[in-house]
Write a protein that binds this ligand. Structure first.
Ligand SMILES: [Zn+2]
Length: 468
């Protein structure tokens, strides 16, 4: 009887792994093959890691020079060829790609001989910066998933084990399709766009039937759920690890998450346009994924120097290469090798995106990303900001794009309809047009702003720090 009982989790894992493989074949996904290919790379010698990184970078540069109009023009204007870039010092001499350039020259940054309908569109998912649209190819998308899986493997997670996801990519219109897909992928999406005490009670019940082994997503929402679990005295099965991404992870959030799920928290740094930049190891240090990116700082700063703007090159997206791209985050590169088995270089992240969530009447919480994606990429709108001034009042500031009046009206109407699917009618949403939206005191612009929250903190009682 006992041995039968012990077999059950493995049988379930086998079934889940099987379903995942079917789903991968159905979607022509290469994620699992890529995972096998990259899984042991961090354990190679540092010199080998850097040699392969430069080889891949050289391939990307040659490709960009040959097939991507913006970079062809760049090499011509510099009167050099891509093969003249013989080391990272040479590479550091190439111009920086800014967000403004990506916006203005978007079509010239796309590989010219790739079928446009094969590309996967994306938008910046952080809360700062004016909206930015870009494209990935399928291989780049699959590599991002494989990179995530490799990060998860550090906690002892096994492919096929259920992942509880708290990230804002939920599409209400295609909900049935999403539910089916996530069942096949052993990946359950908790709806962070709708997360009050009542919803979290349902989450706890769902958690018991899912038996997830890891959680992944926005620290703001995972820590709110952790807070709910602790405050209500609910028991949830411990996790192997929690992986946070997409926002700044505060120490109090790390503590409360670690306490509720009895596991280590691994912070992962990535963005929609450049995926899988760095991930924390079990020793708590942030390793740059050197097979995914070449990471530099604007002033070449290493440890001890002041943090500076990060400059990154994505080594996987050949369809729309981001070469020496300044994403407006700041950090520092750190010399030396970590005492863990991972020989990837080290870094420290100093400023990252922060997304507020909105608190509605009766304690309901809606992640700010829900509002942001209702307008991201809309024609007729140059810039926007959702600003919560009270639990029942939200102002939508709009900077219109000249000459696109009807597109602007349509975008606003659709956004308001989408918002009303979750936001009750006693919360007023006022639309106001303005010439510009001011930056915050740190010089950053936010899509989402709440007067009810400061530094993402609404937690009153903090647990003691836990060492693992
Ligand atoms: Zn390490």
């Amino acid at each position: 009887m006992l041995s039968q009982f012990r077999m059950l989790p493995d049988r379930r894992l086998l079934l889940e792994r099987c379903l995942l493989k079917i789903s991968q074949q159905f979607h022509h996904s290469q994620t699992l093959e890529l995972l096998r290919e990259i899984e042991s790379t961090p354990n190679s010698r540092r010199s080998e890691i850097l040699t392969s990184q430069f080889k891949r970078l050289s391939l990307l540069l040659a490709h960009a020079e040959l097939r991507v109009p913006y970079y062809r023009e760049m090499f011509r204007s510099l009167r050099i060829k891509s093969c003249d870039i013989r080391n990272l010092q040479d590479f550091a001499g190439l111009p920086v790609l800014t967000k403004d350039i990506v916006r203005e020259r978007q079509r010239d940054l796309i590989q010219e001989d790739i079928p446009f309908d094969s590309l996967i569109p994306g938008h910046t998912s952080g809360s700062t910066g004016t909206p930015l649209s870009f494209y990935h190819d399928r291989l780049s998308n699959n590599s991002a998933s494989a990179g995530n899986f490799r990060n998860f493997r550090q906690s002892g997670w096994r492919v096929g084990e259920v992942i509880a996801t708290f990230i804002g990519v939920y599409s209400i219109a295609r909900r049935w399709k999403y539910v089916m897909t996530q069942a096949l992928r052993s990946n359950y999406q908790f709806n962070v766009f709708d997360a009050g005490p009542e919803q979290m009670e349902k989450w706890v019940k769902k958690w018991q039937s899912l038996n997830p082994r890891i959680a992944y997503g926005f620290p703001s929402m995972i820590s709110k759920f952790a807070e709910h679990i602790i405050e209500t005295g609910k028991y949830v099965t411990p996790l192997r690890g929690v992986f946070t991404t997409g926002e700044k992870l505060y120490q109090y959030q790390r503590n409360i998450i670690s306490c509720a799920f009895n596991c280590r928290v691994y912070d992962c740094y990535g963005s929609s346009e450049v995926c899988n930049i760095a991930a924390e190891c079990p020793h708590g240090r942030l390793h740059v994924n050197a097979d995914f990116v070449v990471l530099e700082t604007e002033n070449g700063s290493h440890v001890g120097a002041a943090p500076s703007q990060l400059i990154m090159t994505s080594l996987w997206n050949f369809a729309m290469p981001f070469i020496r791209y300044r994403n407006e985050d700041c950090g520092t590169l750190i010399d030396g090798i970590c005492s863990c088995d991972n020989n990837f270089p080290l870094m420290r992240l100093d400023i990252t995106r922060q997304t507020d969530y909105f608190i509605l009447p009766r304690g309901r919480v809606i992640h700010g990303m829900f509002f942001a994606i209702s307008l991201l990429g809309s024609k007729g709108i140059d810039n926007f900001q959702f600003h919560q001034t009270a639990t029942d009042s939200i102002i939508l500031w709009i900077v219109p794009k000249p000459g696109l009046e009807s597109e602007k009206e349509r975008a606003i109407r659709q956004a308001l309809e989408e918002i009303r699917t979750l936001v009750p009618s006693d919360v007023k949403v006022h639309v106001q047009e303005v010439k510009e939206i001011p930056f915050d005191p740190a010089g950053k612009y936010h899509y989402i702003r709440s007067d009810l929250i400061r530094n993402g903190a609404t937690v009153r009682r903090l647990p003691e720090s836990i060492d693992h």
